[in-house]
Ligand binder design. Structure first.
Ligand code: HEC
Ligand code: HEC
Ligand code: HEC
Length: 128
C-alpha cells in the first residue's frame, strides 16, 4: 500500500523539526531567555529614562529614602521637569501595580533579594 520506510523517515524528520527549539535552547544554554516584564501601567515612561531606571533604580530609591527620612523632602523633580512624590509604595508601586510580574520577575532572574518589603507595603494587585 505505502512505503513504510518513507513514512518512518517522514515521522523522524517531523520530530527533528519539532524539537529544534528545544535543542537550540539546550545548546545555547537559554541564551535568548529573558523574563517578560509587565510594567503594570498605561503610562509611557518611568520617572526617569528606562535605561537609567534599569541601571540605577537602586541609587534612585536610596536617594529618595534619604531625602524623605533625613531631610523631610517629599517631592522629586525628574529630569523631564515633572514632579513625583518620593514614595516606594505610593509612587513606584502605584504604577508598577503588579510586583510579581515586574520587580520580582527581574529580581528572581538576576538573583537579587531586596529586603524593603519587610517594612514597606505592597499594594494589592490590580488586574491589568
Ligand atoms: C526596617 C524597616 C524598613 C526597611 C527594611 C526599609 N524601609 Fe524604607 N522606610 C522605612 C520607614 C519607617 C520610612 C519613613 C516613612 C515615612 O516617613 O514616610 C521609610 C521611607 C522610605 C522611603 C521614602 C518614603 C516612602 O514612603 O517610600 C523610601 C523611598 C524607602 N524607604 C525605600 C526603601 C527601600 C528601597 C528599601 C529596601 C532597600 C527600604 N526602604 C527598606 C522603613 C524601612
Ligand atoms: C508614572 C508611572 C511610573 C512610575 C511612577 C514609576 N515607573 Fe518605572 N516604569 C514605568 C514604565 C511605563 C516603564 C517602562 C518604560 C518602557 O517600556 O520603556 C518603567 C520602567 C521601569 C524600569 C525598567 C524596566 C526594564 O524593562 O528594564 C524599572 C527598573 C522601573 N521602572 C522601576 C521603577 C521604580 C523603582 C520606581 C519608583 C522610584 C518607578 N519605576 C516608578 C512607569 C512608572
Ligand atoms: C530590569 C530588571 C529589574 C526590574 C524590572 C527591577 N529591578 Fe530592582 N534590581 C535589579 C538588579 C539587577 C538589581 C541589583 C543591582 C543594582 O543594585 O542595581 C536590583 C536591585 C534593587 C534594589 C536594591 C536591592 C539590594 O539588596 O541592594 C532595590 C531596592 C530594587 N531593585 C527595587 C526594585 C523595585 C521596587 C522594582 C519594581 C518597581 C524593581 N526593583 C524592578 C533589576 C531590576
Amino acid at each position: 500500500m505505502f512505503d513504510k520506510g518513507k513514512v518512518i523517515a517522514g515521522i523522524v524528520i517531523f520530530f527533528v523539526i519539532l524539537l529544534i527549539p528545544f535543542w537550540y535552547n539546550a545548546v545555547t544554554g537559554k541564551a535568548g531567555y529573558a523574563p517578560e516584564l509587565k510594567p503594570g501601567t498605561d503610562a509611557k515612561e518611568c520617572v526617569e529614562k528606562t535605561s537609567f531606571m534599569k541601571e540605577k533604580h537602586t541609587e534612585l530609591l536610596t536617594k529618595w529614602k534619604e531625602a524623605v527620612v533625613r531631610n523631610g523632602e517629599r517631592e522629586y523633580r525628574a529630569s523631564n521637569g515633572k514632579t513625583y512624590v518620593m514614595s516606594l509604595t505610593g509612587t513606584c508601586m502605584g504604577c508598577h501595580t503588579n510586583k510579581e510580574q515586574f520587580c520580582d520577575r527581574c529580581h528572581n532572574y538576576t538573583n537579587v533579594k531586596p529586603y524593603c518589603w519587610d517594612c514597606h507595603n505592597v499594594p494589592k494587585v490590580v488586574k491589568k
